[in-house]
Structures are given as C-alpha cells and as structure tokens.
Design a protein around this ligand. Structure first.
Ligand SMILES: C[S@@+](CC[C@H](N)C(=O)[O-])C[C@H]1O[C@@H](n2cnc3c(N)ncnc32)[C@H](O)[C@@H]1O
Length: 301
C-alpha cells in the first residue's frame, strides 16, 4: 500500500497528533493483537513513545506540543507500521507486560500472555500457602514472565530456559534492565534437557500454533520467530513434551501452569487422564491449564 502521512507545518498538540495517527491507522488494513487491540490505543502508544511520555500518563501530557522533529519520527513509524505491517512493539523496541517495560525485537515473541493476570494475583488462590522458592519458566522469549515472577516473589530464584540463543540474548538484556541478574538464571535448553533440580512452580507459554494455522496468520505475525509460534501439526508437540517430563522436576507440592491458548480443547481431549483446571481471566485471554505434581505422577504411573 502506498502511504504518506502528511504532517502539518504548524505545530500540533499530542492530542491532535494521536487523533491524526489513529485515523490513518484505522484506514489501513492492519491487524491488532500485539499489545493493543484498536487503532486509538496504538496511536496513543506511538505518539507518547516518540514524545518521551511514559505510562502512567502525567496530567497535561495531551496538551503538550509536538515538535517538527517528533512529527517526522511519528510519520516514519506510522509509515513503516502500515507498509511493512510490523507490529508496533518491534518498531519501538518496547513492550509492556504485567505493568513492566521490556526491550523486544524480532528475536522474541511480543509479550501478550494472560500469565500477566496470574502473576499480578500472585497465582492466588491456586498457590494457597505455597511460597515458591524455585520457579522454572520454559520458553522465556523476552524473559517477561520470568522477570515478572521474580518481582512478584522477591525471595524466589527463577530459572528461565529457551531453545533459542537469540531469544536468550534479549532475555539477558531485560534481566539486566530489571537488575535481576542474581535471581534470574537464563539457560539454553530444549524443554527440560539439562535443567537442574526440582521446582515449586513451573510456568510455561510454549509455542502452540498448529503448522497449518501458522501459515495463515495475519501479516504482523510473520515478523515473529516461527520457533515461538509453531509446534507440530496439532500445535501440541511442546505441551506434550512438557507434560511428559514435568513431574520429575517438581516438588511433591508443586504446580504447573501451562498455556496452550486456543488449543486448550484439543489438549483437554488428547489427555483425558489429566485433570486440568482451565483458568478464567478478567482481562481477556484463555487456555492456561493448572495441574498439580501429584496428578502428573498418578497419570504417568
Ligand atoms: C510463545 S513463546 C513465549 C515467550 C515468552 N515466554 C512470552 O510469554 O512472551 C515460546 C518460546 O518458547 C521457545 N521454545 C520453542 N521450543 C522450545 C523448546 N523445545 N524448549 C525450550 N524453549 C522453546 C521459543 O524460542 C519462544 O521463545
């Protein structure tokens, strides 16, 4: 699509710039689902970012003037968003998860998991009295879940794995930005291969898109690493591997939280012997199962 954003010679307020960007976004055939779900929120994020306005938005921010240089930058980003169909977080190298800011680029999936809500609730009421000392995250990508867990449980040690060295480089950057080097250990591993010890809590958002569906996603998803999306014909290869080996890495009181998104019914039917509890979310999202170590041990017998 040929595209030019005409920025005016006269100065604009932040409010007017957001309105203008939103109308250009709304007129383009874009897909939302990488941190925002509509053109207005995406326009606000883009303009705030360029103008150096951080969340929570301070009073008076909307009336601030946008400089000519900032308008040029807004123009550039808007134009790339529309013509390249890049998700905004990659263009800004910024994503938000659980109220925290993360560096992202095309080496990692853009954070959007409903795990954020579970972490904000401290995994209550599911954890009850369990105070996790050792937490494992499999498939950490940007590190967002591992980092948010480390901040939610300040006494815990977190091991965060990924099979992708590229993803781990981004996670390392984020662990450093959140100053968690002493409590979040990053490990290159294929599922549990080489993961040491037992854990009180395992969390994982592995790839779960069926191969065929992965080939038919909106253009924006083609910028994300395939390794983070695709997982066999039914999307459940990684989930099956995790369920098979989890018990050996869990303390007897431990709990596994496994995300499979829209594949949840397929996983539920494929594993009738496993008593999954499928969680509900106030802020959207689906497909996170909770299952206790004891149930996995019984099923493996
Ligand atoms: C859906 S992304 C989740 C990223 C991050 N946890 C999040 O929620 O934004 C899945 C991640 O699992 C990693 N992955 C894929 N196969 C894996 C495997 N066999 N072992 C470990 N990690 C794997 C991918 O590289 C990717 O970073």
């Amino acid at each position: 699509m040929d595209y030019t954003f005409q920025y005016p010679e006269a100065s604009l307020t932040v409010d007017a710039a957001i309105e203008s960007v939103a109308s250009h976004l709304a007129a383009a055939p874009l897909w939302y689902g990488h941190g925002t779900d509509n053109p207005d929120d995406e326009a606000a994020w883009l303009v705030f970012h360029v103008c150096g306005i951080d969340y929570p938005i301070p009073d008076g921010a909307y009336a601030q003037s946008v400089t000519k240089q900032q308008l040029q930058r807004i123009d550039e980003l808007l134009s790339r968003r529309v013509t390249e169909r890049q998700p905004l977080p990659y263009l800004l190298n910024e994503a938000w998860f659980a109220g925290l800011k993360f560096f992202v680029d095309e080496r990692v999936l853009i954070p959007r998991s409903p795990f954020a809500e579970l972490i904000a609730d401290g995994f209550q009421p599911w954890l009850g009295d369990i105070k996790p000392q050792r937490i494992l995250e499999i498939g950490t990508g940007s590190g967002c879940i591992a980092i948010a867990c480390a901040l939610a449980f300040p006494d815990a040690e977190v091991v965060a794995t990924d099979i992708s060295p590229d993803a781990l480089a981004v996670a390392r950057e984020n662990v450093a930005r959140h100053q968690l080097e002493d409590r979040v250990q990053l490990l290159e591993a294929d599922l549990f291969n080489g993961v040491p010890g037992k854990f009180d809590l395992i969390v994982t958002n592995p790839p779960y898109v069926p191969v065929e569906a992965a080939n038919n996603l909106p253009e924006e998803y083609n910028h994300e690493p395939l390794l983070a999306l695709k997982s066999g014909n039914d999307g459940l290869d990684a989930a099956r591997g995790i369920l098979h080996d989890s018990a050996a890495h869990m303390q007897s009181h431990a709990i596994l939280f496994l995300e499979v998104g829209a594949q949840w019914e397929a996983l539920d039917s494929a594993c009738p012997e496993l008593p999954f509890m499928w969680l509900e979310f106030e802020h959207g999202g689906e497909g996170i199962a909770m299952i206790a170590a004891q149930s996995l041990v019984t099923a493996n017998r």
